[in-house]
Design a protein around this ligand. Structure first.
Ligand code: S3P
Length: 432
């Protein structure tokens, strides 16, 4: 399915973005391993998180959906999962596959994790190597999915210093650590999102953690609990950029998750001159949340501080669009991880923006984006959901419509994006 996004605006109104993807995946997994029934509210009804729910159901977990955005997970207990005869399909979800790899490494039975064409190209050694060091046995296809996980191994804790900052790898090791003898300790080169640590504590598992470091031992029990999932900052990001670059805009984004390991884009946009306020700050389900109020403001290019990169790792496609619409140059460094996301996001954004008339100089770990006027044109999303939505934002300020090819995966993270976008003033539709 291709999209067409035309010049439009100003953007006005209140935009309620769906639940957080990272939190939704984890809530399902911990609830599945807990004793008792856990009620999840604000669950992301995305294809990625539904794929994780389906995998857990295949492993024998009962999951009810009493309403849209709600799940009741009847925990099977730490040792209550059952083998599945069929492969477990994670769809497009790297988070699903990597976290499940850690969870399944500790089971008594064998499992096979598969994914779609995009996920089948994503590197898995970053999880299988340290899991192997813990005693797991996992076969890959040259470091790529499918993952064949041999159960019945005795896992032991390790102390692991992550070579790259990755919440997925950290979480996979902590999940395996639940089943390991002794202590599992994970040390990060830069702190990443800590939902796994916070949620393990909420489910009653003893865990010591601080930014950049987490430590737990096997042999405890997870107790069912309620989980309130905040709205996903990464989904709010498209609207933060859109309202910042379309003159006359003002949008309110209610109750967005503001975990500091996720809000790097807020700082980046403010450095560029954006007008974004946080109102009604509170804590919900142990997470900081607040309403984001964003008004149009002329943006200027910046040298992005490298320390912000892990805190905005999913927001670079949106940032590229903000940079293209800004006055002057924006320089990104230290972001090589973007090359192994749902697409090579440095290359995909650089190619797409060039097709719209913006000069982008790509480097191995970043890019310089020369702000200017976006013409119309055709861009490829390469089935990457965040690339598709970012170019929908670009269309708002282009001189002619932007055609975005292959947007079928937007619902992995943001079901209903088109309706919400059009509801606040986008001119977005399916292309002929
Ligand atoms: C995620 C971690 C990040 C992020 C992904 C979600 C998570 O990936 O890009 O969208 O939920 O742990 P990495 O750990 O590979 O950086």
């Amino acid at each position: 399915m291709d999209w067409r996004s035309g010049p439009a605006g100003p953007l006005r109104g209140s935009v309620g973005v769906p639940g957080d993807k990272s939190v939704s995946h984890r809530a399902l997994m911990f609830a599945a391993l807990a004793d008792g029934a856990s009620h999840i509210r604000g669950f992301l009804e995305g294809e990625d998180t539904r794929a994780t729910a389906a995998v857990l159901q295949q492993l024998g977990v009962r999951i009810d959906a009493p309403a849209d955005g709600e799940r009741v997970v009847h925990g099977a207990g730490l040792h209550g999962l059952r083998a599945s005869d069929d492969p477990l399909d994670c769809g497009n979800a790297g988070t699903g596959m990597r976290l499940l790899a850690g969870l399944l490494a500790g089971q008594a039975f064998d499992s096979t994790l598969i994914g779609d064409a995009s996920l089948s190209k994503r590197p898995m050694r970053r999880v299988t190597d340290p899991l192997t060091a813990m005693g797991a046995r996992i076969d890959t296809r040259d470091g790529l999915p499918p993952l064949v996980i041999h159960g019945g191994q005795r896992l032991h804790g390790i102390r692991y210093e992550l070579p790259v900052a990755s919440a997925q790898v950290k979480s996979a090791l902590l999940l395996a650590g639940l089943y390991a003898e002794g202590e599992t300790e994970v040390i990060e080169p830069h702190p990443t999102r800590d939902y796994t640590e916070r949620m393990l504590a909420a489910f009653g598992w003893p865990i010591a953690f601080e930014p950049g470091r987490a430590r737990l031992s096997g042999g405890h029990v997870l107790h069912a609990t309620g989980v309130d999932v905040p709205a996903d900052f990464s989904s709010a990001a498209f609207f933060l950029v859109a309202a910042s670059i379309v003159p006359g805009s003002e949008l309110r984004l209610p109750a967005v998750g503001l975990n500091p390991r996720r809000t790097g884009l807020l700082e980046a946009l403010r450095l560029m001159g954006a007008d974004i306020r946080v109102e009604n700050e509170k804590t919900s389900g142990g997470e900081p949340v607040g309403d984001l109020v964003v008004r149009y403001a002329p943006l200027r290019g910046v040298e992005l501080p490298e320390t912000l990169v892990p805190d905005m790792i999913d927001e670079f496609p949106a940032l590229f669009v903000a940079a293209a619409a800004a006055r002057g140059n924006t320089v990104i460094r230290g972001a090589a991880e973007l090359r192994v996301k749902e697409s090579d996001r440095l290359a995909t954004m650089a190619t797409g923006l060039r097709a719209l008339g913006i000069q982008v100089d790509e480097t191995p770990d970043g890019a310089t984006i020369h702000g200017g006027t976006l013409a119309g044109g055709t861009v490829e999303s390469l089935t990457d959901h965040r690339i598709a939505m970012s170019f929908a934002v670009a269309g708002l300020v282009a001189q002619e419509p932007v055609r975005i090819n292959d947007c079928r995966h937007v619902a992995t993270s943001f079901p209903g994006f088109m309706e919400l976008a059009n509801g606040c003033g986008f001119a977005l539709g399916v292309a002929d």
